[in-house]
Design a binder for this molecule. Structure first.
Ligand code: SPV
Ligand code: MG
Length: 561
């Protein structure tokens, strides 16, 4: 990057540079930008969100534009928003970011006394500097009309001094904005004002122009010859190559309103498309995801803080939801999302499952994602990924959440819906590994071979009227059971005690060590536990659940709800 050329008279600019602060406050960093040996750039923002975007993009500072903050509030750039309302917006912007904010303070919201109070309040809210312009209150945007009246020079110098005398942070910057060129008073008047404002203690001058070409700005830069840092706003002369500013030793360039203008275009496009289509499909892929909104809002930090500060029950149960597979039988419905995110009556399956788990006292939920994982974006769940989902089975998916197998854990497939009482019964049952088993499995679909089903044989048969809470021993599980031996169908939800969870973790480790994990299903895992002599139990339920494999199931799920 080219550095600023050395203008013939650079004593004061050099002085400003040599006064570069040691302090690493936001004000100190704005001062450093103004004193930098390079031409620096700051970008417009008008609220907390846009301020975050400016910072994450890499800009070293933010211009809190009067025009765009007003427009975002739905009012005109004519001091229609009071200065305390602007202060509220600035507080959100400042809290949301760590780079310095230079505020467009219009004319200072009144006389010297108002400037004193504003400067104190800005400092308290972590704002790095204010730019005040030499027009009259209430101000009018510089691009409206011609020949707007200017402030008296001495009165304006009083405001600059009042602002400097009121700052609590020695690095807070007061930038004096000269409107003489815009109001048609000419170069001599602009330079006269520059001299006066510099003498009054302004940390930098902003020379504004509404010409289509940069001629008068470049002339000002030549005439001013680096007596102090100069700031420009190339909104109307937008196509001037940036190297011209470097060559002219401009200190700071403000891109003054472009985030708001971009947002207006994008919001109009999205609104009219949705209005026209009466649907969302046309915009979904072209806009930020809800997950990105959560990321920008910093939801991760809140989740961490909740762990630190919310009271925790040491034995609070957790859940692992296996949701890595696509669900090909659902055809186009899973073209862009995994089965768990397919909607049932307007909400994803997974969010309904989360409701049921929450209702049963399970709030710490980890979802193992795989296919189209970015679509699994519910705020209330944690996620881990099985990136090898296409080549692995459910046991490998569960193994991806092995770190979560610690304490009482509910394990559920991501495509099941079930009544809350089933979870309550599972949690109340004795046993380290307990499956919810539907004794009415024949009513669901009389032919055991008609679909892949997790059929179960137990040591004790279900009897009509049997509503005992006791769990019974499972003797075998799998699709190949002799029909006469079948006692029910596992619904895809299990509860592990703390001991059961560590047993399952150890078994997954052993399967990985033997090289059989990748190809194993949950059924293989459970059968292996039985085979090596661990007790697996079942609580019988009688319907009140379903899993979603195909479009017919999906329709049934709508009725189920
Ligand atoms: C603003 O961004 O509000 C400004 C710059 O004051 S301008 O709109 O160019 O006057
Ligand atoms: Mg403004």
């Amino acid at each position: 990057m080219a550095t600023r050329s050395t203008a013939p008279n650079v004593a004061s600019l050099a002085q400003a540079r040599s006064r570069a602060p040691a302090s690493d406050t936001k004000a100190g960093r704005l001062r450093a930008l103004l004193a930098s040996a390079r031409t620096e750039f700051i970008m417009e923002a008008h609220d907390g969100l846009s301020a975050k975007i400016v910072e994450e993009t890499g800009f070293k500072g933010i211009w809190a534009s009067g025009l765009t903050m007003s427009a975002a509030l739905g009012v005109r750039d004519s001091n229609e928003a009071s200065w305390t309302q602007v202060l509220e917006v600035l507080e959100f912007m400042s809290d949301a970011t760590s780079v310095p904010i230079l505020v467009d303070g219009d004319t200072g919201y009144g006389n010297f006394n108002n400037v004193r109070r504003v400067v104190r309040k800005l400092g308290q809210r972590g704002i790095a500097g204010i730019c005040i312009e030499d027009k009259l209150f209430p101000k009018t945007n510089s691009f409206i009309g011609d020949g707007q009246p200017l402030a008296d020079i001495d009165e304006f110098c009083g405001k600059i001094k009042a602002g400097k005398d009121s700052q609590e942070d020695a690095d807070f910057c007061v930038v004096a904005r000269i409107e003489a060129l815009i109001s048609g008073r000419g170069m001599a008047e602009a330079l006269r004002r520059a001299e006066a404002y510099h003498g009054a203690g302004a940390d930098a001058l902003l020379i504004h122009s509404k010409k289509r070409d940069p001629g008068e700005i470049l002339e000002f830069m030549r005439e001013w010859a680096g007596r102090c840092p100069v700031v420009i706003v190339p909104t109307t002369y937008y196509d001037t190559p940036t190297d011209r500013w470097r060559e002219a030793s401009v200190s700071l360039v403000i891109w003054a309103n472009h985030n708001l203008r971009a947002a207006i275009t994008a919001m109009r496009e999205a609104s009219s498309r949705i209005f026209r289509d009466e649907g969302l499909a046309g915009v979904e892929n072209g806009i930020a995801t809800v997950k990105q909104v959560f990321e920008l809002a910093g939801n991760d930090e809140l989740a961490d803080a909740e762990k630190r500060y919310l009271p925790t029950t040491p034995d609070a149960p957790r859940a692992i939801v296996l949701a890595a597979s696509r669900g090909v039988e659902l055809g186009p419905l899973t073209a862009d999302r995994p089965k768990c995110m397919v909607e049932v009556r307007g909400r994803p399956l997974l969010s309904r499952l989360v409701d049921t788990l929450n209702g049963g006292g399970v709030h710490d939920i980890t979802v193992v994602r795989g296919y189209r994982k970015e679509m699994v974006n519910l705020p209330s769940v944690k996620t881990v990924d099985n990136d090898a989902f296409a080549d692995t089975g459910e046991a490998a998916t569960l193994a991806c959440a092995a770190a979560t197998l610690d304490g009482e854990t509910v394990v559920a497939y991501g495509d099941v819906l079930f009544r809350q009482y089933i979870l309550d019964r599972l949690r109340a049952a004795d046993g380290d590994i307990v499956l919810a088993v539907d004794a009415m499995w024949r009513e669901r679909d009389p032919d055991p071979a008609s679909r892949t089903r997790d059929l179960v044989a137990c040591a004790t048969r279900f009897r009509a009227g049997y509503l005992d809470e006791d769990a019974v021993a499972v003797t075998a599980i799998g699709a190949g059971l002799d029909e006469a031996a079948i006692d029910g169908e596992w619904i895809g939800v299990a509860r592990l005690s703390a001991a059961g969870a560590s047993l399952v973790r150890a078994t997954l480790d052993a399967m990985a060590a033997e090289g059989v994990l990748a190809d194993s299903s949950m059924i293989d895992l459970v059968q292996r536990l039985i085979d090596v002599g661990h007790e697996v139990r079942a609580v019988y339920v009688t319907g009140h659940w379903l899993d979603v494999d195909n479009p017919a199931d999906l329709q049934e799920a709508g009725c189920f709800l």
